[in-house]
Each structure stands twice: as C-alpha cells, then as structure tokens.
Design a protein around this ligand. Structure first.
Ligand code: AMP
Length: 115
C-alpha cells in the first residue's frame, strides 16, 4: 500500500466505493464521475503507479484485470452491445490517479479516435 494513494485506500476499505465485484487480487467499483451509463474501474490491490512501472511479474495479474472487465461487462449487460476498456498512462493520456486502473465503459455509442 502506498501512502496517500486514493485507490490503495479504496482497496483497503479505508475509503468507501460502490464496489461491484472483487477478488483477492483486484477490486472493481463504479467511477465517481461516470463518462458513460456504465463506467467501472478495475484496479489491482497491488500499488503500481502507472503501466510504465509494470514488469513481467505483473503479466498474469494484468491479464486477469482484462478478464475481470469481460465478466463485469457481461454482468452489466453491455457485453453484446459493446464496451470499451481504457488504461490511461501518465497525464498526457489523461491519467489523474496514479494507481493503475482499467476503465470499463459502456451503455452508449463510443466515438473513435478517443479524445
Ligand atoms: P484516470 O483519469 O484514468 O486516472 O481515471 C481516474 C478515474 O478515477 C476518474 O474517472 C475519476 O472519476 C475516478 N475517481 C476518482 N476518485 C474516485 C473515487 N473516490 N471513487 C470512484 N472513482 C473515482
């Protein structure tokens, strides 16, 4: 756990969140400022600030985050219609919380390219 990391505090249960699903390795909760009718964040319990800090030892965990996103999309009823997963890395890409997190967005049409 990293000091002063909001998402570490959510993973530890010290800050409340609208949790939809969790495992020993990750926790998924609704984004506080949703950008789509369904907007869920999947975060590892392990503190990794950005994708740039992830190494080969995190490969399986990162893969399981994607599989969690797939399962959550199915539970939310957006799997067939379509959904988007996004992992912003560093401020130039829009990262504002420095604990990696996978956005799962759906329930509306998505434009491409993203802004
Ligand atoms: P990013 O900009 O990719 O770093 O995404 C961070 C996301 O965290 C944003 O979509 C925020 O709305 C969301 N967020 C920030 N604080 C909270 C919180 N306390 N609970 C849920 N989501 C949050």
């Amino acid at each position: 756990m990293a000091d002063d990391c909001l998402f570490c505090k959510i993973a530890a249960g010290d800050v409340s969140a609208d949790t939809v699903r969790e495992s020993e390795e990750w926790i998924a909760f609704r984004d506080i400022n949703p950008q789509a009718p369904t907007h869920i964040l999947v975060i590892p319990r392990q503190h990794i600030a950005t994708l740039n800090e992830a190494g080969p030892g995190e490969a399986e965990m990162l893969g399981r985050l994607l599989l969690a996103a797939k399962e959550i999309a199915a539970e939310e009823g957006i799997a067939e219609e379509g959904y988007r997963t996004v992992l912003n890395c560093n401020p130039g890409a829009g990262q504002s919380v420095f604990h990696i997190h996978l956005h799962v967005l759906g329930g509306r049409a998505m434009g491409w390219p993203p802004g």
